[in-house]
Write a protein that binds this ligand. Structure first.
Ligand code: 5GP
Ligand code: MN
Length: 325
């Protein structure tokens, strides 16, 4: 297996050798996914390459301030006129995380897989994976550095956004000395750190506040107080007008109760499936739990999707978490 330094050099070669790229991140993109898509776009622009950025759905409204955000195609609103033979996937632990956008790729496409999930299964024709990177944006900082193209405030804002959101505002255990050094450089380039923290981590839309209120009312806990979970139903979404992106962060509330080792948010998707988001205080590897249900993620933050009703999904996941305690 190549070292990270070798993979960086091979990733640069991959980009230099090819042109006409499709750039894609995971479905229901978070801050790191959007930032990483845009950072790759920034790099390709600088190199004079042509490319299309796309996601299976819309990007969250609160992330549209980044340069080029309006150029990320929403696949659900876009007629496909062609397919791509050169693909760059960012922040996707496995290939199925790109969702329906795979329809835009040629069979056997050249594919660069840039990611920081320990559960990454190394799909693609070239990988650039660093499992202890705080964010995919941290890896892109290294890649942009390697090209020696110089920096501007736009790329700095993208990379800062991905790192800020994936470290929970520089609080999670992935906040390494390197993260702080990178953040320091990005602030020097003119990023407005407090403003981004306010808009991305503090502010709630009214629907977001309302759906949070409903979710908190569903709290259940295991007898020993070590597992706490909440759920959100399609009725909660309809009643509050909340969008998927408004559920970000809810899972932290059950996790934050003193004594709780694992917090879970179950989101019912139209009655036939359930999305589980898990957060661990550190003792339980929730990526391993998620992997058993076909999902993945990080030791302290992971997710998976289960077919069937809420009660069955919750019972299966909570049972599996209790086994790891
Ligand atoms: P969240 O709970 O915020 O949706 O995701 C937490 C972490 O788990 C993220 O790193 C995310 O990429 C990962 N994750 C969430 N859902 C899935 C899934 O269905 N499959 C995989 N492989 N990873 C997931
Ligand atoms: Mn990420």
């Amino acid at each position: 297996m190549q070292t990270y330094e070798q993979e960086l050099i091979e990733a640069r070669r991959f980009i230099e050798r090819h042109d006409d790229f499709l750039v894609v991140a995971h479905v229901q993109p978070d801050g790191d996914a959007v930032s990483s898509t845009l950072a790759v776009g920034w790099l390709l622009s600088r190199l004079g390459k042509t490319f299309t950025m796309i996601n299976e759905g819309p990007i969250p409204q609160r992330m549209t301030y980044m340069d080029g955000a309006g150029q990320i195609l929403d696949m659900s609103l876009t007629e496909r006129s062609r397919t791509y033979g050169n693909v760059i996937c960012v922040d996707c632990a496995d290939f199925k995380r790109v969702g329906l956008v795979s329809q835009w790729m040629e069979d056997g496409a050249n594919m660069l897989n840039i990611d920081h999930h320990p559960t990454n299964d190394r799909y693609g024709t070239q990988t650039l994976i660093k499992a202890d990177a705080a964010a995919t944006a941290e890896i892109l900082y290294d890649l942009v550095s390697l090209f020696e193209l110089g920096w501007d405030r736009n790329i700095a804002e993208m990379l800062y956004t991905g790192i800020l959101t994936d470290t929970g505002g520089f609080r999670y255990s992935n906040t390494s000395p390197k993260v702080m050094q990178i953040a320091s450089h990005l602030l020097e380039l003119g990023v407005n750190g407090p403003e981004l923290a306010e808009s991305l981590l503090e502010q709630l839309t009214k629907p977001q506040f309302d759906v949070l209120t409903l979710a908190l009312g569903t709290l259940q806990m295991s007898g020993d107080g070590k597992v706490a979970w909440v759920h959100v139903t399609p009725e909660h979404m309809a009643q509050t007008g909340a969008a998927n992106e408004d559920l970000e962060g809810i899972v932290n509330y059950p996790r934050n109760i003193q004594g709780v080792e694992v917090g879970v948010l179950f989101k019912v998707i139209n009655g036939s499936a359930v999305k589980a988001s898990m957060r661990s205080a550190g003792k339980v590897d929730v990526a391993a739990v998620a992997a058993e249900f076909g999902g993945g993620g990080h030791v302290r933050a992971a997710g998976c999707r289960l077919e069937g009703p809420l009660e069955d999904a919750a019972r299966a996941v909570i049972e599996r978490i209790k086994q790891s305690l």
